[in-house]
Write a protein that binds this ligand. Sequence first.
Ligand SMILES: *Cc1c(COP(=O)(O)O)cnc(C)c1O
Length: 366
Amino acid sequence: MSDFPTPATDRPEHCENALLTVDLSALRQNWRLLADFSNGAECSGMLKANAYGLGLEPVMRALLAEGCRTFFVATAAEGERARAVSETAAIYVLEGLPPDCGELIARARLIPVLGSLEEIAEWAPSGLDAAVQLDTGMNRMGLPLEQTLGAASAIRPRLVMSHFVTSQTPNDPLNERQIAALAAARAAFPGIPASLCNSSGIFLPHKPLLELTRPGYALFGGNPTPRGPNPMKPVVRLRARILATRDIAAGETVGYDATWTATRPTKLATVGVGYADGVPVGASTAPGKPPAEALVGGRRCPLVGRVSMDFIVLDVTEAPPGAARRGEWVELLGDEIGVDELATRSRTIGYEILTRLGPRYARRYV
Ligand SMILES: *Cc1c(COP(=O)(O)O)cnc(C)c1O
């Protein structure tokens, strides 16, 4: 066990309906692997969205213990939380500089990622550290490339960065175009470190590692190479409790709007998690996609009918005897079923699965 804070609950584990376990040692191994793959470039840690839903503070402490010194957050509020964890870490704020918020950002010694000449003009007089983000194709945040020289004459940033559009597709020509665009633009910032790679970028054959990498998803167990096996260790384990079981006859339906009909005598188990906990409604039975599954006594059992707010229902007819009983645990995420699989079977992406992991789960950090 660890000295990380556990949530404000002293209910015994056997009274929890659902338990989310975050494996901080797997997280540290993932960061170590990504740092090794960064091949001499510094490897940072992405902490935006409460560290992809897993808890900014415990995740940051674990990464600090593994040697990570540079972090990215989305907002100044997240930056303040990160600053409270470490006095000395470099903390970049991806959303940059909201109008008139410079003082707040400076007070927490955060480093705004500036993405427009306006932001640069507002921040530059402070003389404080900043990053400049160049837009090489995302068209979301970042300075248009034709303004690069204007930016370079107004500020000497600590970091120049850009962001990949489609790094999970290694052979997309867009990757090469973005790598070349950043290489050309950074010539305006001689001697300044540059950064381009998110998780999947680190695994690109072009190896555009530059001086700093910025992995997020892969740290938390997501597959950065979705066309191949997942090199990362699973970090999240989600187990939930069977609340009730019943046997139904062929022809009976399950759940709201009767979207699933039994074709044989069927044993059902009702489990105490639902969309209010972040189980996507997209995990419901639907034509044209494989069913979402949970492990019941080690056997995969399909989710049937619609996900409701606080419940899902599994077809446990094939579960091993004794496993599908009131009070037994089922596993929705873990070694066997990863975030990428649940995402595919819910018609979403693993990032959304992680960031929506519900506040109602009892959380354990191990
Ligand atoms: C979210 C984000 C990352 C991390 O991306 P992953 O795909 O989760 O590794 C890196 N850089 C920027 C600018 C981001 O917004």
